[in-house]
Design a protein around this ligand. Structure first.
Ligand SMILES: Cc1ncc(C[n+]2csc(CCOP(=O)(O)OP(=O)(O)O)c2C)c(N)n1
Ligand code: SF4
Ligand SMILES: [Mg+2]
Length: 351
């Protein structure tokens, strides 16, 4: 981690959001990643998204694992809660924090090594349980921090910088998230801010497990010819299914799209996702069709991006467990110790 602080001052005419914060109030420390790393663009998109949804920084908890990607929470939202966990363990630590305090907004940041190798089991269970979080994987197909070994998301046949060919099949975390029951699934590219910022805004306002796989080229170890995670490859093979706008609940819903090309999806918090279709007949509310479309386009070498699936009636882990509405640290003694009669009732129910 770096401890280089950014200067506090900023231009007096910087625009402010409804809370009176400028974009600078959502920044973090100076990044120590390689110049040009895709991960820095994702941090910038997170800053922009949080600024635009008027997020109160103290209401966000950012958690990560280990890797260049997992270092990035240090580079945005300095005023938020943060926890840099063990390699691959972000989802379980986040699940625990979320169960203890449901009032925070949870952002999990991870890498393809962190989530598709050592943390694959953790990723799977966070998705299937519907932990209320935005889960971002900064996917570069390598273990950047440990100098560029193939990760489990590297495509079969792709080449390392030194020319070695990957003989293992790649794991597609988007396909897994869909299969596992995530209620919001998207894919984007660190070089496409116009697509990425609204996706992050929508994921942060979604109730339930919201997963975004962001292709994020590693300029040091995986940006050469023969890599399928390089800037050139992703730009050439990117196939967006839709363009997304997020209208927050308190703002009047106005749209200037041609009729027939727009789908509106209302979210629990009153915000509305406006989906402008790019691919004909793409229905982002149909999980099975989304999975079929993903595989179909993958077979012809396309990387499908956009909001791929959203469940408008999503529920989260708190709904499933019927937990108390209050954060655990706000419960009174009387609520925590309900007395002998309550214990007798529970025991009787178990006999
Ligand atoms: C338990 C454990 N095993 C292995 C490592 C070594 N290690 C550190 S980061 C990393 C992989 C990081 O890859 P990824 O999550 O893709 O992040 P990137 O650096 O590519 O952004 C590994 C294997 C570790 N820190 N802890
Ligand atoms: S090694 Fe790769 S992933 Fe890590 S900071 Fe450098 S470019 Fe980014
Ligand atoms: Mg990686």
């Amino acid at each position: 981690m770096t401890y280089i602080l950014k200067p506090q001052f900023h231009h007096p005419s910087l625009p402010t959001n409804k809370l009176g914060f400028t974009r600078r109030d959502y920044e973090g420390r100076v990044s120590t990643l390689c110049a040009g790393c895709g991960h820095d663009s994702i941090s910038a998109a997170i800053v922009q998204a949080c600024f635009e949804i008027d997020l109160e920084p103290h209401r966000l908890a950012k958690l990560s694992g280990i890797g260049c990607s997992s270092k990035t929470p240090d580079y945005f939202l300095s005023a938020s809660h943060g926890f840099n966990t063990v390699h691959g363990r972000m989802p379980s630590v986040l699940t625990g924090a979320n169960l203890a305090n449901r009032e925070l907004i949870y952002l999990g940041v991870s890498g393809d090594g962190d989530s598709a190798s050592i943390g694959l089991g953790q990723f799977a269970h966070a998705m299937r349980r519907g932990v209320n979080m935005a889960y971002i994987v900064e996917n570069n197909g390598v273990y950047g921090l440990t100098k560029g070994q193939f990760s489990a998301t590297a495509d079969k046949g792709s080449k390392s910088k030194k020319g070695a060919v990957n003989s293992d099949s790649g794991i597609d975390l988007v396909a897994m998230a869909l299969q596992l029951g995530a209620t919001f699934v998207g894919r984007s590219f660190s070089g496409d801010k116009d697509q990425l910022v609204p996706l992050i805004k929508a994921a942060l306002t979604h109730k339930g497990a919201a997963f975004i796989d962001v292709l994020s080229p590693c300029v040091a170890f995986n940006n050469h010819k023969g890599s399928t995670k390089s800037f050139d490859w992703v730009r050439e093979h990117n196939e967006a299914v839709n363009r997304l706008d997020v209208i927050l609940g308190r703002a009047p819903v106005t749209a200037a799209y041609a009729p027939g090309s727009l789908v509106e999806v209302a979210q629990h918090d009153g915000s509305v996702l406006m989906l402008r279709k790019v691919a004909r007949d793409y229905d982002a509310t149909d999980r099975v069709k989304a999975m079929a479309y993903l595989h179909e386009r993958q077979a012809v070498g396309e990387i499908v991006t956009g909001l791929l699936f959203v469940d408008p009636d999503s529920e989260d882990l708190h709904d499933a467990l019927a937990t108390v509405a209050k954060p655990l640290n706000a419960l009174s003694d009387a609520e925590l110790v309900p007395g002998k009669a309550a214990l007798d009732r529970i025991n009787a129910a178990l006999r």
